[in-house]
Design a protein around this ligand. Structure first.
Ligand SMILES: Nc1ncnc2c1ncn2[C@@H]1O[C@H](COP(=O)(O)OP(=O)(O)OP(=O)(O)O)[C@@H](O)[C@H]1O
Ligand SMILES: [Mg+2]
Length: 298
């Protein structure tokens, strides 16, 4: 398990991280989310030892993370880091060798990942001639080629088409099944909700919510969906103590203040006209994100 323990880091007056503690257990996928400038990249760079924390510590299996263990990490940096003139396969072999694999093992692992990412036809192309999505596939292959125990990936899904997203998701899920600890940052909350076990939400360098995807979605705000006539929808939306979350012709989702219960919303809707559907809705991860970030900014 990877742990960040009360990690803080400032840049001049800017507090990039403030007492950030979070864990990435083996065989779990953790989504690391937060608004632009929240501190995700800084936290990941600190894990990799590319930046030093002012205070706090990074641990692996309970011990301070050292250079030896850092070689067991697969990293995808935000700014990417391929050698543009190198050929894709060559690049993978090079990185595998740097991580300590022998020549034979490096070649077979590199070939395996080229195949897994469907890059056979591109294996001998220079990286700079590949499309953005294919460069990204090579970038993830680079992170995986030495069979790491921990994956730290900064926005691995950005810029990928849906096929690329599915491929990348499947690869990461397989790594988790194989026992790796995986943490990745992303702004694609629906994707995070779909494929992650756990989520950590940060804002202004602080952890504002964390837990399993289910836990996060089952706590927090209460939402009610009403479908029915124009009058019913308007009646529910106008009730004191509700906030309209989404509204369309014939349907509305409202957020309830603590003082209200669902029955009152239903009554208000019925007073306006016929109701064809009434249900409670679980907040999506995106809802929870907005809530946690708004609260964290107070
Ligand atoms: N090298 C640096 N020098 C000065 N300030 C920095 C440096 N790196 C990061 N920061 C600041 O630290 C804060 C956190 O930035 P960071 O890049 O970690 O955010 P992020 O969550 O990765 O954002 P994004 O979603 O946009 O990638 C920001 O206010 C940023 O301007
Ligand atoms: Mg970033």
């Amino acid at each position: 398990m990877l742990e960040l323990v009360e990690v803080s880091r400032c840049y001049g007056d800017v507090v990039a991280l403030e007492d950030l503690s979070l864990g990435v257990p083996k065989a779990r996928m953790v989504g690391f989310v937060g608004p632009n400038g929240a501190g995700k990249t800084t936290a990941m760079r600190i894990v990799l030892g590319l930046q030093q924390p002012d205070t706090g510590e990074v641990r692996w299996e309970g011990r301070p993370l050292d250079a030896g263990m850092r070689r067991r990490i697969g990293y995808m940096p935000e700014e990417r880091g391929l050698y543009p003139k190198m050929r894709a396969l060559e690049q993978l072999i090079y990185v595998a060798r740097l991580s300590g694999l022998g020549a034979g093992a490096a070649l077979s692992s590199a070939n395996l990942w080229i195949e897994r990412f469907g890059l056979q036809e591109r294996a001998n192309d220079r990286v700079e001639t590949l499309s953005l999505g294919n460069q990204q596939r090579v970038q993830l292959a680079v992170a995986l080629v030495h069979n790491p125990d921990l994956l730290v990936l900064d926005e691995p899904f950005s810029g990928l088409d849906p096929v690329g997203v599915d491929l990348m998701s499947d690869v990461l899920k397989d790594e988790v099944v194989g026992g790796a600890a995986v943490i990745f940052s992303s702004h694609q909350l629906e994707l995070v909700e779909r494929i992650c076990n756990d989520v950590a939400i940060i804002n202004n360098g602080r952890l504002v919510a964390s837990g399993t995807v289910d836990d996060l979605r089952s706590t927090g705000e209460r939402l009610i969906r009403i479908e029915g006539s124009h009058g019913a929808v308007d009646g529910a939306a106008a009730l004191a103590g509700v906030t309209v979350r989404t509204k369309a012709a014939g349907s509305v989702v409202v957020r309830l203040e603590d003082s209200l219960d669902g029955e009152q919303v239903l009554d208000a809707a019925r007073a306006g006209g016929p109701v064809s559907h009434f249900s409670t809705e679980r907040p999506s991860l995106a809802d929870r994100f907005r809530e946690a970030v708004a609260y964290g900014a107070e």
